[in-house]
Design a protein around this ligand. Structure first.
Ligand SMILES: Cc1ncc(COP(=O)(O)O)c(C=O)c1O
Ligand SMILES: N[C@@H](CCOP(=O)(O)O)C(=O)O
Length: 387
């Protein structure tokens, strides 16, 4: 029988899943969920919970708070192949989740856990998408949510979602990193909030399912995605470790984390072979990845090392150029998501990715998430049609 515990990836200390902790009491590292005797067997449920036995085997089905997240499309499109220079590039569209981003996959697991542990309040810091998902899933589970948002740095649409779903909005003077510091303070000072950021290891379990779905359909050489707080990088590495350990896959694709060049502390950490990460004051047009002090950098480093992966950075101009192509292809995404494809183009041009490679690029959020940057366009008059 599979038995789950919270486990420190650094000192291996184990804690029961009934303890309300995210951080190792012995060495201060962010905990993992670890499943003893994990088995690869799928359930009859759809989407994320199809993989229940790999993410939360012991939770009773009746405690699960789900809005049907997961099972997103994997697109192939000629325009994107031409643009990136890679024939077999597939776009996994996480914007098709219920609140419009990949966060829903982590949120269904974390909020179910909040319900299982009898919490009646949740808390997160957010650049927008986490708060939208936290507000929706908390409300759906009958729990009150509190979201710390750096109001000046968040898209109006994402803020609208959190407000409309009934979250208590805490406006933070400063940026996402300031908000995240306040969440860490709340962890130290209060135990009545259940934390929904990706330092909650159950969020990571849910986000692993993006990789399970991709690996069921294709055999990518590279998996590219935008990287900010590094929850996805951590989750994707863990998912590939699971699949390899269980003998489900016979090779490991390379993870490629793409940062915005104005918010790239993880790029500097990995490529500069530094001893630790050095936080930066983040600046980028892609507000979802405007993060200068990512909480998950240690787990993310483990993921890059396990997959012999790459960390790349792209400019705001490269992000917006890729976004235009993705939008014009008919698929569309929010600005941060386009870093995935901008990164593929850059790595193809530098010879690291080849035209014949198979690449899965993850689009993390949908086109309506951030409409502040309306593309230049010409409006026709009615005479243009009837002349
Ligand atoms: C749309 C979008 N893309 C990418 C990211 C970055 O993901 P991660 O923090 O897991 O690195 C975020 C938020 O963090 C996001 O909202
Ligand atoms: N882009 C994120 C930032 C917070 O990341 P999380 O994965 O740690 O919750 C957001 O949408 O808020």
């Amino acid at each position: 029988m599979t038995h789950s515990v919270l486990k420190c990836p650094s000192c291996n200390a184990e804690y029961t899943i009934d303890s309300n902790i995210y951080i190792c009491g012995k060495c201060g590292n962010i905990l993992d969920v670890f499943h003893h005797n994990m088995e690869y067997s799928l359930t009859n449920m759809k989407g994320v919970w199809k993989y229940k036995n790999l993410i939360h085997p012991e939770i009773p089905e009746k405690a699960i708070i789900t809005r049907g997240e997961g099972n997103t499309m994997l697109y192939r499109n000629a325009r994107i192949s031409n643009y990136s220079g890679v024939d077999k590039i597939f776009l996994k569209h996480e914007g098709e989740n219920p609140t419009g981003s990949f966060k829903d996959r982590g949120m269904t697991v974390a909020v179910s856990e909040a319900v299982r542990l009898n919490f009646n309040k949740t808390l997160c810091a957010s650049t927008g998408n986490t708060s939208a998902a936290a507000a929706s899933y908390s409300a759906f589970g009958g729990i009150e949510s509190y979201v710390m948002i750096p109001g000046k740095n968040v898209s109006a649409n994402k803020l609208f979602q959190a407000i409309a779903y009934g979250a208590n909005i805490v406006d933070i003077e400063g940026d996402f990193d300031t908000a995240m510091e306040n969440v860490k303070k709340a962890i130290a000072k209060r135990n009545d909030f259940y934390i929904l950021n990706s330092l909650n290891p159950w969020r990571i379990e849910g986000q692993k399912t993006i990789i399970y779905e991709i690996m069921e359909k294709i055999k990518p050489d590279f998996i590219t995605f935008p990287a900010g707080n590094l929850g996805n990088t951590s989750a994707f590495g863990k998912a590939l470790m699971d699949l390899r350990a269980l003998g489900v896959i016979d090779y490991v694709p390379k993870l490629v984390a793409i940062q915005a060049s104005g918010a790239s502390p993880f790029y500097d950490y990995i490529n500069g072979k530094e001893d630790t990460i050095h936080p930066v004051k983040a600046e980028t047009i892609a507000s979802a990845i405007k993060i200068g002090n990512p909480v998950n950098y240690k787990k993310a480093k483990r993921a890059i090392e396990f997959t012999k992966g790459i960390v790349e950075k792209v400019t705001d101009e490269q992000i917006m150029e890729a976004k235009r192509e993705i939008d014009r292809s008919g698929i569309g995404c929010e600005p941060a998501s386009a870093a995935s494809v901008a990164g593929v183009k850059k790595l193809k041009e530098s010879g690291i990715i080849s035209r014949g490679d198979t690449v899965a690029s993850i689009l993390t959020g949908n086109i309506l998430k951030d409409v502040s940057l309306v593309p230049e366009h010409k409006t026709l008059s009615i005479q243009d049609i009837f002349q």
